[in-house]
Design a protein around this ligand. Structure first.
Ligand SMILES: [Zn+2]
Length: 189
């Protein structure tokens, strides 16, 4: 399994192994293999050991590993919080495709987390960093950095925005309820 520059590939085609190459634009990692996300032409950068794809179609936008995105929590399951991504920070281009992201409980913050609902709740606005591209419109995210996490928390009782009380605690100015969150150091309000 070794593709060459110029070769035409389809979504899911194996391009190389992560021991040898770094996945770059329009590729993703899958159990040690680098695969193409889209139909297009392979570009192998031997010097920097990067494999990328020049897509056949012009896709309107692209999320990359390491980008900070913002969005709203749409669901909190046992091990995973789901986010509807609304945009990438420090980017003028808005995302014209809708992306969804997931934060695994181990990526919510540094250290042990027993309940994901102590970190995020539905409706919260968050900033998170892309750690892995899973599909064309799906990424894995982390908030385990000081400046990442909830930037606006919503009261689960009355849906008002919460005020920051301490590093990990918020209070509702409307009903007085206190709730825990993984707050960003840039929490607004
Ligand atoms: Zn409230």
């Amino acid at each position: 399994m070794r593709t060459k520059s110029g070769e035409f590939v389809l979504p899911g085609d194996a391009l190389g192994v992560t021991e040898e190459f770094v996945p770059s634009d329009w590729t993703y990692e899958d159990e040690g293999k680098i695969r193409s996300l889209v139909a297009g032409t392979v570009s192998v950068d031997q010097k920097n050991k990067r494999i990328s794809i020049l897509p056949r179609t012009n896709y309107p936008s692209l999320l990359k590993r390491g980008m900070v995105v913002f969005g709203q929590i749409s669901e909190v399951r046992g091990q995973r919080a789901l986010i509807k991504i609304e945009g990438a920070k420090d980017s003028n281009r808005s995302l014209q495709t809708s992306f969804s992201g997931g934060i695994h409980i181990s990526q919510a913050e540094k250290g042990y987390v027993s309940k994901l609902t102590d970190e995020f709740r539905i409706g919260d606005l968050v900033e998170a960093k892309v750690t892995k591209i899973i599909g064309l419109d799906n990424v894995d995210l982390t908030t385990a950095e000081k400046e990442l996490g909830v930037i606006k928390a919503m009261c689960t009782n009355c849906r008002h925005f919460m005020k920051k009380l301490s590093k990990n605690e918020t209070i509702c100015p409307n009903c007085g309820r206190k709730e825990r969150r993984k707050l960003s150091s840039k929490y607004e309000g």
